[in-house]
Design a protein around this ligand. Structure first.
Ligand code: 26Q
Length: 832
């Protein structure tokens, strides 16, 4: 381009960027422009169009900085990190993006001037539910914090056409409905980038041959079928800092030439039908959060993510460094979100050895200096294993490579423990049935292995991964989870945000430790009153949600006692339900003196194939039905099951909660992150010493935390000699509760439907030891009830929980990942 052209282009570009002002008038103009000139709609049209117009208006204001961020990263030779995850549970983006851009107030004003309510438009946004629960939401919080910390981190995930299923409750049962979240159009936040399409191989076989030029042995992966990976980029803005990072989601598409041979052979129908097989890969998220299911399509998804993402990074590298890989390891790091993307270890080897022609040792050095693995569970049933046979069929070359990795690794084990065959057997990546232990592959291929809370990381070293810990103690570390306070306080709790801003300033939004200033307001009666007012308003908002979604009216002055999370036996929603039945029994026998009115709220999805979890949902709904319709109970007890629990529901639930239920069997919950959202919004926790509860209690102080239950070691000691009957024999309350269940009080016309539940909690084999903790749970719940009646004491506890939640920001978590694992330099994005 000539200098003359460049100058006039600069002038035009200047004009374009000047058009994008962040004041009320600018936002109003663009909103109307999109609504009328782009979408062809009016102010009176359906809210979806107004949402789209506003989303485009906001997205326009991210674009310039998005490009600048991209350029800043490309220009400098600094290290970059890639977060590989099968799940990014984003939820809604409008409020978050406006908040981070600092245009919330102006946008509200602009729409008000047009006679529109911004809340109504915000409410219309459908959650991007591309995740199951904690692990997926964690990935989304991490992305927000990295952008805010100006770290050059890119997320890689899958663009599922159907996200987490929608849950309907029908006659008390969970019914799953497909979540066709994209409708028939596009996600307003994404940008398709077909120019970065990659090709992923499946099937076929390997053929070794000798390179005629070098004489080296080369393996060709042949006769495979290729699937296209088309990237869709989602902008991730930092908080008022010009950084806009990228989340790249891959969509599977069939190659034009897919099954060309069949077309040519005249099998037109078969060839078109085969396109489905390719496009199915990113069709649907597996709704299975805590047990692996071994389905072939899931393995395809995992390899598709890993292969497309690694090719993406390596091809960019080759473009700028001409196949010189000497600095690759010091310039790139891949964080594996659980074992789901652990094929990355084999795939990077394949790309480096087969495609870039590096030697094995050089490639292995690169892999083991760029891969870092995060473990999210200790539950044996959740540890991924894939059949070697399935892998041979689907991924012949990666399987070859895993076998070679294992071979070399076991030689190393034999060297450290000569003659210890038992240890070789224990440590082998392949188990005795030829299954690939994905966690072992991840550990062997990574320079860092971390757990997600202090207790969890310790248990990994002592138990599950002890052999590996003995071999490589330096690889093991802890990174306690967090949540982003932008979404989980500033965005979802405007009442609290304003109260904080006027009293402690606004720095807490990027430095959550500032919340400790709240402790100086503990004696300030005006502040305390305002604190209580904010909570009450938020409880009213939650009561409105309950009314809308269940039809039930609840009293916002009651104690709001909340347990929302995936339904799983280890999380022990059952223990909570038993307590509810106990309170009901008390009311029925007239023992209501000094009783605190409670609303017990449940919410969460059960994996569609998890029979017991679905029975628990049914039980809660049946108990709710009986309790809520018993005129003798009144306001003393209400039970609610909020249908379709999701990110946007939690944004209403956590600000309106008094009591946070974190009651998993000790040693089973890796961390928990809901516990942190409740804490920072001023809820008090009742919990076991499990996951991050341990650190929450340490931070807030024992006097502001309600602890109960067995500890991890006691749980482990009880295994094999657990006698639930002995707890029943010694506890009349428990007897009364079980009796009500056994006589069918909650299933009068549905005989037998809770038999499995009863049998499981009464079985000496019950891994979750629900009855062992019943007595201490009930007693501590009584202490909670009394504490709540002392309104002043409760306000103190509430403020203290928020004040001391500073360390549970993902800003802290990400700083630690960066300090100990990634070693990235923050990059200030250049703006003009
Ligand atoms: C695996 C194979 C096949 C199909 C599905 C899966 C699968 C999918 C999702 C397995 C597990 C998950 C999700 C696990 C999860 O959310 N774990 C939670 O991670 C949080 C973040 O670290 C922790 O706070 C929770 O304690 C942990 O349960």
């Amino acid at each position: 381009m000539s200098t003359q052209d460049q100058t006039s282009l600069d002038v035009i570009n200047h004009r374009v960027s000047k058009r994008l002002t962040n004041d009320k008038a600018g936002l109003e103009t663009d909103f109307l422009h999109y609504l009328q000139n782009n979408l062809g709609r009016e102010l009176t049209s359906e809210v979806d169009y107004k949402l789209k117009a506003l989303a485009y208006t906001v997205r326009d204001r991210l674009m310039g900085n998005w490009k600048q961020t991209w350029l800043s990263y490309r220009e400098n030779t600094n290290k970059r990190a890639y977060y590989l995850s099968m799940e990014f549970l984003i939820g809604r983006s409008l409020v978050n993006n406006m908040l981070n851009l600092g245009i919330e107030n102006q946008a509200t004003e602009a729409l008000r001037e047009l006679g529109l309510s911004i809340e109504e438009i915000e409410e219309a946004e459908i959650d991007a539910g591309l995740g199951n629960g904690g692990l997926g939401r964690l990935a989304a919080c991490f992305m927000d914090s990295c952008a805010t910390l100006q770290l050059p981190v890119m997320g890689y995930g899958l663009r599922y056409e159907y996200g987490m299923f929608r849950q309907r409750i029908q006659n008390g049962f969970q019914v799953e409905e497909p979540d066709h979240w994209l409708g028939f159009g596009y996600y307003p936040w994404e940008v398709q980038r077909r120019e970065y399409t990659r090709r992923v191989k499946f099937g076929g076989y390997c053929r070794p041959y000798t390179d005629p030029h070098t004489g080296h042995l080369i393996v060709h992966w042949e006769n495979d079928e290729e699937v296209l990976a088309v990237p869709f980029d989602v902008p991730i803005p930092g908080y008022k800092n010009h950084t806009v990072n990228t989340l790249r989601l891959w969509d599977a598409a069939a190659d034009e030439a897919f099954k060309l041979s069949e077309f040519n052979a005249g099998s037109y129908f078969e060839a078109v039908a085969a396109k489905n097989e390719a496009e199915n890969i990113t069709m649907v998220l597996y709704p299975n959060d805590s047990s692996e299911n071994g389905k072939e399509l899931r393995l395809r998804q995992q390899y598709f993510l890993v292969s497309a993402s690694l090719q993406d990074v390596v091809e960019q590298w080759v473009k700028h460094h001409n196949a010189d890989f000497t600095r690759f390891a010091e310039s790139n790091v891949f964080q594996l979100n659980d074992t789901h993307p652990s094929l990355a270890v084999a795939e990077l080897m394949r790309i480096l050895v087969d495609e870039q022609h590096l030697g094995w040792d050089e490639a292995w050095h690169i892999v083991t200096h760029t891969m870092a693995y995060t473990n999210h569970t200790l539950l044996p049933e959740a540890l991924e294993k894939w059949s070697g046979d399935l892998m041979r069929k689907l991924l012949p070359r990666p399987l070859d490579i895993i076998e070679e990795i294992n071979h070399r690794f076991l030689a190393q084990v034999a060297q450290k423990w000569p003659g210890d065959m038992e240890r070789q057997r224990r440590l082998s990546i392949f188990d005795e049935h030829g299954m690939v232990r994905m966690a072992y592959l991840a550990i062997v291929g990574s320079f860092s292995v971390n757990g997600v809370a202090a207790l969890h990381s310790q248990l990994l070293k002592d138990g599950l991964f002890n052999d590996f810990y003995q071999l490589w103690p330096e690889r093991f570390n802890n990174k306690t989870n967090g949540v982003t306070q932008r979404r989980w306080m500033a965005g979802c709790n405007p009442g609290l945000r304003d109260l904080l801003n006027t009293n402690i300033g606004e720095d807490w939004v990027t430095d959550l430790s500032q919340l400790s200033q709240l402790e100086t307001y503990l004696q300030d009666s005006d502040f305390r009153q305002k604190w209580a007012q904010v909570k009450l308003q938020n409880k009213q908002r939650l009561a409105d949600l309950i009314k809308k979604d269940t039809g039930l009216t609840v009293n916002p002055t009651s104690m709001f006692d909340v347990q929302v999370k995936r339904i799983h036996e280890y999380k022990r929603q059952l223990l909570n339900a038993l307590h509810v039945v106990h309170l009901y029994a008390r009311i029925k026998r007239g023992a209501t003196q000094n009783m605190t009115p409670r609303v017990v709220v449940f919410g969460g999805k059960a994996a569609p194939g998890y029979h017991m979890a679905k029975a628990i949902i049914k039980l809660i709904n049946n108990v709710a039905q009986v309790v809520n319709n018993d005129p003798g109970v009144g306001d003393l007890l209400k039970v609610v099951f909020i249908p379709n629990y999701r990110v946007s529901a939690m944004e209403v639930i956590c600000p309106g909660t008094d009591l946070s239920e974190q009651i998993s069997t000790a040693g089973k919950e890796a961390s928990g992150t809901g516990n942190m959202k409740f804490m920072m919004n001023g809820a008090v926790t009742i919990g076991t010493l499990d996951g991050a509860n341990v650190e929450i209690r340490e931070a807030v102080g024992d006097e502001h935390f309600f602890l109960f239950g067995l500890q991890t070691e006691q749980v482990q000691d009880l295994i094999g000699r657990y006698q639930p009957q002995s707890y029943i024999d010694n506890d009349v309350d428990l007897q009364a509760v079980l009796n009500l269940l056994e006589v069918g009080h909650f299933n009068q016309f549905e005989p037998g439907i809770f038999d499995d539940i009863l049998a499981s909690i009464k079985s000496p084999q019950d891994e979750w030891m629900t009855l062992a903790d019943f007595r201490s749970y009930v007693e501590v719940q009584e202490q909670v009830a009394q504490a709540y009646q002392d309104a002043e004491r409760w306000v103190t506890m509430s403020i203290m929980n928020s004040a001391r939640s500073g360390m549970f920001s993902t800003d802290r978590t990400m700083s630690e990942y960066n300090r100990d694992i990634w070693h990235l330099k923050p990059i200030q994005v250049q703006t003009d």
